[in-house]
Design a protein. Sequence first.
Lengths: 566, 566
Amino acid sequence: MGSTAPGWQDKAEAKRQAVLDLIPAAWRLPTPLPTSEAQPDVTGTYVQQFLSAREIELTEADATTIVAHTTTGQWTATEVVSAFCHRAAIAHQLTNCLHEIFFSQAIAEAKLLDAKFAATGTSSGPLHGLPVSFKDQFHVRGVETTMGYVGWIGTFEGRKGTGKEKVHESELVREIRALGGVPFCKTSLPHTVMSAETWNNIVGFTLNPHNRLMSSGGSSGGEGSLVSLKGSPIGFGTDIGGSVRIPAAFCGIYGLRPSFGRLPYAGAANSMPGQNSVPSVCGPLAGSAASLKMMLKAVLAQQPWLHDPAVVELPWRDELASVLPASAEEMSTVLTFGLCPSDEATAPTPPVRRAFATVKALIEKLGHQTIEWKPPSHTRATELAFQAYTADGGADIHHHIGLSGEPLQWRIADYYGTKPSPPKTADQWFDDNLELFQYRRDYMDYWNSTAALTTSGRPVDAVLAPVAPIAAIELDKQWHIAGYTPWVNTLDYTAAVFPVTKVDAALDHVEESYTPLNDLDKAIHEEYNPLTQGNTPVGLQLVGRRFQEEKILALVEMLSTALAKE
Amino acid sequence: MGSTAPGWQDKAEAKRQAVLDLIPAAWRLPTPLPTSEAQPDVTGTYVQQFLSAREIELTEADATTIVAHTTTGQWTATEVVSAFCHRAAIAHQLTNCLHEIFFSQAIAEAKLLDAKFAATGTSSGPLHGLPVSFKDQFHVRGVETTMGYVGWIGTFEGRKGTGKEKVHESELVREIRALGGVPFCKTSLPHTVMSAETWNNIVGFTLNPHNRLMSSGGSSGGEGSLVSLKGSPIGFGTDIGGSVRIPAAFCGIYGLRPSFGRLPYAGAANSMPGQNSVPSVCGPLAGSAASLKMMLKAVLAQQPWLHDPAVVELPWRDELASVLPASAEEMSTVLTFGLCPSDEATAPTPPVRRAFATVKALIEKLGHQTIEWKPPSHTRATELAFQAYTADGGADIHHHIGLSGEPLQWRIADYYGTKPSPPKTADQWFDDNLELFQYRRDYMDYWNSTAALTTSGRPVDAVLAPVAPIAAIELDKQWHIAGYTPWVNTLDYTAAVFPVTKVDAALDHVEESYTPLNDLDKAIHEEYNPLTQGNTPVGLQLVGRRFQEEKILALVEMLSTALAKE
């Protein structure tokens, strides 16, 4: 490359501007936009001011409500998709949540769906006309995938001339289309995807729409922010250490981390894509547990196990939720919840503590049982996860960062260094796998042992836990979280996040007399500030064993319904 | 160790003798035993001469027949277990098929089962009193596990003082006991288990009971030989590249290679136990497809997914076989079988060709469809499998061989060298995993594409293939087989082996005019000798997609029933 070739900064800026330029003039917000300090919360009436009443009605409908209307011809695909495109465009201007925009393509596809409906009188599938967003690891025809890497701009996963550029689609995208869904945008993520914060050299930070001084979480932060602002009714993120759950919790929405092999990941981009011991999984984020359930059920009906060799033949199983009472109030069965309020190393800050206490009290009020969760060390689980994440010495990440010469974000460099280190050898990798297997077996034994403690005589039905000791972090602050989410990945368990409350300065006081457990815990508690962090959502996760998606979603639905009545 | 310490030869000989010494004097065969040349076939009337009429009745009953009698109190557990102990003792003297004998323990357990039955009037489970043998990778309390390594004698997997010696049991063994089954012996295998021949420095060769000049196959050769001689009604082997299927086919019995994650492997010994890309699986060998089905169903009812983290929650699913006609003759559904007569690189020898033609004709006679199977290269599949098997540079194998200083068998050294070579690095391992994933995906696409060729409109129901180009090999002859079995492991597909015929000098003439495809094919065909190899069984495998055990077993049962009527 000669000296006239543009540097990574120019490429990144051109890409950022090209995406913005795809927003129609009519959908541009008046400039200057308010600062985050001036307008931290851009949800609710703030964002509504830019939308018509009809657009508000359509975009504030839950995904299940939308398909109930589109599959019966009450709403057209075109009006639904157009409304979400508009609201997504606004969301991006307010929070930096998009990486790829393909609104015209989506609206054209919606028109085809409407024409087909008009001609046949039937819908094109259970997701007929439902707009679906995707984290920028999924390939969609017509647009590129950068995964936050400047070096991937104009390439296919960093390589040129593969013939796959802007043509190849990920298997999940194909299935969503086959169901009548309409992909319409791709969302932001940290380069490498190995971060719980969403920042990259192309779009910068993705903001939390409930408090734009706060992070949207990561690595599926674009999905968290977009879905939270109702710029998408449902979208797909990925989770290798908490990357669906953290943004879902930080942004106040629902998110599912299914077990590996439940949903198809084939044909999507990833970091260390051949790492098969603590692998990344894809999972939906949406405004309700019912939407997650509808999506999972719909995708499974596509028999993804016939198209992705990693997917297991597990159709939707209603019977997995049969242990549950028919409604939150009906006490046909006493359920038992394990209570896991912290990651052992640190304690939750006041808003998370309050959220946890709220749900604990609710569970008990509903007549269910809670027991203290005393499993094998979650610190150990985190170590095992990071053992897998870093086994290649960062070779993959540094290769892709090196394509453009862009700097690796400091928080990722904390784990991966600024250059590759020696990779593990295969025999070491096998030894690590044995440690992982032993940990999983010990945990399984512990879970089984709880049958002796429950009213039902069954082992614990699910475990309630925070996803972080904090509601969210302030942008670019040190990310002190490790142990609240990776244990679920180490164990390959099912977890779903649900919103519980929001940071409230009147309720969540700084506890002046708090005695920190250690330096890390001290730092976490010192960063908590109810005044600047007010209105940030607080979510919790409910964790079930491997492949218990049906049961965990049913439990989350039960708890959320009851929470709404409180 | 001083110079007075016994060498590996002494340890091996002592171990071999100690096992023989556990055979009660009354069960010793008159010496000298006939040579293999003098008495190649020791099945049928030959072995029956050493047994009572009652013992013959009990041991020649199928496993399903046995439990039908034991669970209803018609036969006692004690008489059944004792009869099999006797016959296993004879089998070992004739074929070298056992590594551990614990007949007294088994008979004592059978007596307890009988006492419990007498007291309660009910059986202790669906396998009440059924003797079950295990390949010497499974740990059973009271005895040790050598896995064929001299260096493991007196240790737990090569380590001393672990506290697990003779106490620890593998999860599968625990489940068999919970079902009422009675472990009674452990069977021979090649050290390292990475061989399709059964030989080690402790017991030497395990012979094929139908022709003792021939190999029992491997690596589950002890199971193949023992079950074939009806010294066990059912037993468990393992399969990483064909190790259940090859001995099942060579010895003329049925064997199942389920997909990884169907049956519990937890707590069993293995080579490269942390190798998780083309992993070993355990599977049963028995005298009928119905027995395999009964065993799989019984183990799954133990919910192994609650006790082994690698097992997937897939209970027995009758509906997977619902596509099949109710009987072999009823033509409610036309099934389609892919025909895969070779591994591309070599052609089958006359007896295998005849077996294949027999089953092809039978399928067509039953009114089902056959199509030519033209999948992605099976040679490539074999390369991918060996890439995984050898990724650690042989570190694991050479470590365990080195514990005693025993020599590594030449055929295993062909793949692993005589000392370790540099292992792959984690990033190379990840790249290999991507190649593996792409191969699996290409194969899946091919399988899906066959829907266009079938009468049913469904993709092919199963693929018929040999497990080797030969019926079996003569002892210690070069093992020229690579490509007939590992593709199933590379793809993690379900495969079941069933017996078809036996080498018959009158039918399976050497084809003098045969033009070999290449040097390998020439060597294979030159080694074929219908006179010395006569009476060796010939089996074939039926292969289905991942986790299709119910369907494949039903198809094998259908074909075997029809074959029996020919």
